[in-house]
Design a protein around this ligand. Structure first.
Ligand SMILES: Nc1nc2c(ncn2[C@@H]2O[C@H](COP(=O)(O)OP(=O)(O)OP(=O)(O)O)[C@@H](O)[C@H]2O)c(=O)[nH]1
Ligand SMILES: [Mg+2]
Length: 213
């Protein structure tokens, strides 16, 4: 199904697990450092400006949830734009830097406790996959590597995505895969909201996760 005939709409800015959708639709969470381009990536994927973006880090401060409906199918899924880490500073580990909202989100969507104290959460676990976005220009950041390790403990389908690849020279691009293999143990899907590189492949993966659960 091509991306061009997808509909997408904003559902809710959620803070507490009780505000997260509980209708059982599959969810795909997008995680990454502040300013890495998560919200921009969502807009590029659905070809509509549903998510607010900013050149200033820390724009997304709540879990913003979008319902994506591929045309011609009754099935829709949620894309969850989580607040970025690394903006407020503080701890040296990405997990500590995850905002409380992100921690609440993962606590309510998995059996894993993040150590956060949260109000009663819906028991439904509908998280299908997690996308970790890293900046293609800075592939080895410790906070990203920590986030990657922690997200893998969730035991869910996982994809490493390197954003803003349009900003790389050809030689930088060819070094990116090796740098990611060293830092994360896997090579990234390279994407650009500017040129559209990688978006069809990311879209294909999302469709797969949303249908095979
Ligand atoms: N050149 C280029 N710039 C991009 C790309 N994606 C995002 N940007 C820019 O990066 C900045 C941050 O983008 P956002 O999408 O707001 O980043 P975010 O990860 O949602 O940030 P937070 O909400 O703070 O967590 C904006 O100025 C975007 O225009 C890309 O693929 N290429
Ligand atoms: Mg954002």
């Amino acid at each position: 199904m091509p991306r061009s005939i997808t509909s997408a709409e904003f559902v809710i800015s959620a803070v507490w697990p009780r505000d997260f959708p509980v209708d059982g639709r599959p969810e795909i969470a997008l995680v990454g450092r502040s300013n890495v381009g998560k919200s921009t990536l969502i807009n590029a994927l659905v070809r509509k400006d549903v998510a607010r973006t900013s050149a200033t880090p820390g724009k997304t401060r709540q879990a913003n949830i979008y319902r994506v409906t591929p045309a011609g199918t009754p099935a829709s899924f949620y894309l969850v734009d989580l607040p970025g880490y690394g903006h407020a500073g503080g701890g040296d580990k990405a997990r500590q830097e995850f905002s409380a909202i992100t921690a609440h989100y993962f606590t309510s969507r998995t059996d894993r406790s993040t150590g956060a104290s949260v109000p009663a959460a819906p028991s439904l676990s509908s998280l299908s996959a997690v996308v970790l976005a890293i900046d293609a220009r800075h592939p080895g950041m410790a906070s990203d590597a920590d986030a990657c390790r922690w997200l893998h403990t969730l035991g869910l389908p996982f994809l490493l995505v390197a954003t803003k690849v349009d900003k790389l020279s050809q030689s930088e691009k060819s070094k990116l895969t090796q740098a990611c293999l060293r830092a994360f143990g896997e090579s990234p899907l390279t994407v650009s909201a500017v040129t559209g590189e990688g978006l069809d492949e990311l879209w294909r993966r999302m469709r797969e996760w949303a249908t095979v659960r």
